[in-house]
Ligand binder design. Sequence first.
Ligand code: GLU
Length: 290
Amino acid sequence: MAQSRPVTRFAPSPSGELHLGHAFSALSAWQAAGGDRRRFILRIEDLDPGRARPEFEKAIYEDLAWLGLSWETPVRRQSEHMDEYRTHLDVLEGLGLLYPCFCTRSEIKAEIKAAASAPHISEGPDGPHYPGTCRHLDPATRQARQDAGDAFALRLDMEKALKLATQRCGPLSWTDAIKGEVEARPELFGDVVLARKDVPTSYHLAVTVDDHVQGIALVVRGEDLFEATHVHRLLQALLRFDTPQYHHHRLIVDETGQRLAKRDQATALKTLRNKGATAQEILTRLGFAP
Ligand code: GLU
């Protein structure tokens, strides 16, 4: 009997050319799905209106097809699912876990600077935690600012959220193909933003909802996103989603040991292709073919 393979996904942002690092990630997910187009989901993460461009999306399809990958259509674009993200925000709001945050980036910076010597500002993988200014706003001020039309983000009250999640599910963890059982420590991030001021969702919320809605059984992505899984695991517990398995793979680096960046044209798949590289050569270079 054929071994059953998990549903996996590759979820690029159409904000630049795909490079060898993306190819490694896509091929890892494709391989884990047994090279089966019904089990390999391609998702376009175009939440950032300032950076996502249709020509990059088109190039993603071309590059992946060139590598020999195929997927079912239509492809899910995050920008087309804001209502769905809103529904899940409503659930969290109903649990009393969200609060509006009116702070600007510079206000947060100034607050952190002013409190630099205070022991209550902790630091996480994304830098210093949000100092909690708006968590402490009194309800009348909060309402007045919302009524005045002041722009706000929605933040997760991390302490409350973690308390509720562990009451419900016990200690949170996930299984990683490389690291094994990992204890989830979302508190490392502080009060994360779940809906931005400019976009009514955030990376953390959208990815967690999408992986659930699309039935992803194995999330394959680079180890640069390992820490984000702490937050995603918490959201799964709060939204009563199943937890997929994870495989955070190594990152492809250049000759100097730097991880590849979208602006680095030298390793862009299109550049390599235009210079005469074959897909087979790329597969071999990345260890997917002899
Ligand atoms: N869209 C993200 C990126 O291009 C990947 C998100 C994920 O795999 O969870 O880096």
